[in-house]
Design a protein. Structure first.
Length: 444
């Protein structure tokens, strides 16, 4: 791969003081790593069998030939790359996928092919990062969205590893923070060959922060396939809920469940058999949510206890991993969580692809373009208050034809906004061509 003049200059420019200090501090704090790991183990945030990976060590062997390294922070980023990974596998490229959470590792184990190598991303210490890179020797690095760890980026650049930022997103909250550290972020973004941005606004922000080569390719999350569901589990759930109107509240966050409980109480006065399913974003909150439901005088069922909804269950808490596809198929109406509180919203595309009408709160800045397009077309409904939530859910429950109109509109929007996967692959073609040449040479 030939380096551009701007790229060569970015590799040789002196680091700003902030990054030099960061590198020294991250090295000096290395003795604290065992205490950090111990605390995170107690919190359930680390896999005890794989903590070595956090130190850059691995029991897995690097495969022969070119290796594409894809890094995403957590579940959302990992799933966004699923279709891209499948296309890269079709080119006979081996994939190393890194992420930083136990939940994302579980998702990879359940939903990705067995030949995908998953590793926890090392803690951002020069020593740990160096071990990781020395062991895996990736041929191309694809960083998803904006999980930018300085030592990971700087050490990769020092090894002349081509890096591309894919599905790049710079939120309205992050942009002002990074703008105040323009020298730091510019030095990091300058190490990337190209930034593939989700939207024109994201692209403008990345360019303003120092990205030298920005291309708007769209949001890969719009091209994700619908999540799977176990047919036997779905059939059983449908059997025990048959005849009941159902609403799913997906990926909820603290502060939203109380509102949903009150909405259920009001709606149940008009729809006596109503079942509300709450799927918390963090499954370890299931017990606490069930206690809140019980304290309100309603009956709760908890999926982690292997309970199924009964005729007396008012709200069912689906506190298990990887079953959203199951509940999206069960319900014709989905409230997308993380939007009644200022979290930024969750991705509505999977729910739409599985036939659900979508309702959401005002805080959807993580998916601004998507929700604006959906709301404008009538494919989703925004609510700002408990009263508005009750009204919109009630209308959709009472009027199947309105649900059909909403779903048709949202499906059109998703089709119009799609195509990010093909545009991303087109932008990556020069790098993929180089890897194919290397594969041919290795096999000759």
């Amino acid at each position: 791969m030939r380096w551009s003049a701007a790229r060569r200059q970015a590799l040789t420019n002196p680091l700003p003081m902030t990054l030099r200090v960061y590198r020294k501090l991250s090295s000096a704090m290395l003795p604290l790593a065992p205490a950090l790991i111990k605390r995170r183990l107690k919190q359930g945030k680390e896999d005890p069998a794989r903590v070595g990976e956090r130190r850059g060590m691995s029991a897995d062997t690097r495969p022969h030939g070119p290796l594409v390294w894809i890094h995403g922070a957590s579940v959302g980023e990992v799933l966004a790359a699923a279709a891209l990974i499948e296309r890269l596998r079709a080119l006979n490229l081996r994939i190393l996928l890194t992420s930083g959470t136990v939940t994302s590792a579980n998702i990879v184990a359940k939903r990705f092919p067995a030949d995908i190598i998953h590793q926890y991303v090392p803690y951002d210490s020069p020593r740990y990062v160096g071990r990781f890179l020395d062991h895996w020797r990736p041929s191309l690095a694809l960083f998803i969205e904006s999980d930018l760890w300085p030592n990971l980026i700087l050490s990769s650049a020092a090894r002349r590893l081509p890096m591309v930022l894919i599905n790049g997103r710079m939120s309205q909250r992050s942009f002002p923070r990074w703008s105040r550290m323009s020298g730091t972020i510019s030095a990091l973004l300058g190490k990337f060959e190209v930034c593939l941005a989700q939207s024109n606004l994201d692209g403008e922000r990345f360019a303003a922060l120092g990205s030298r080569n920005v291309v708007t390719t769209g949001n890969l999350k719009l091209d994700v396939p619908a999540p799977p569901a176990d047919p036997a589990k779905l059939e059983r759930l449908m059997a025990v809920t048959r005849g009941r109107p159902i609403i799913v509240a997906a990926s909820t966050h603290p502060g939203e469940e109380e509102i949903l409980i009150e909405a259920h109480r009001t709606l149940a006065g008009f729809f006596p058999k109503l079942l509300t399913v709450i799927v918390p974003r963090h499954v370890d909150r299931g017990e606490a949510i069930a206690r809140t439901i019980a304290a309100s005088g309603l009956h709760a069922g908890l999926r982690s206890r292997e309970e199924l909804p009964t005729a007396t269950t008012d709200i069912y808490v689906a506190d298990t991993m990887g079953e959203l596809g199951l509940f999206y198929r069960l319900a014709p109406i989905v409230f997308m969580g993380g939007s009644l509180v200022p979290h930024g919203g969750q991705n509505p595309i999977e729910a739409i692809k599985l036939g659900a009408s979508v309702v959401h709160g005002p805080h959807v800045f993580n998916f601004t373009d998507v929700y604006e397009a959906l709301d404008r077309a009538g494919g989703a409904r925004q609510v700002d208050t408990l009263e508005a939530l009750v009204k919109q859910l009630g209308q959709l429950l009472a009027d199947p034809a309105a649900r059909d109109v909403s779903l048709a509109a949202s499906t059109r929007v998703v089709e119009q906004l799609g195509g990010a996967l093909e545009r991303t692959l087109t932008a990556l073609e020069p790098y993929l061509l180089q890897l194919r040449i290397e594969m041919g040479a290795a096999n000759a």
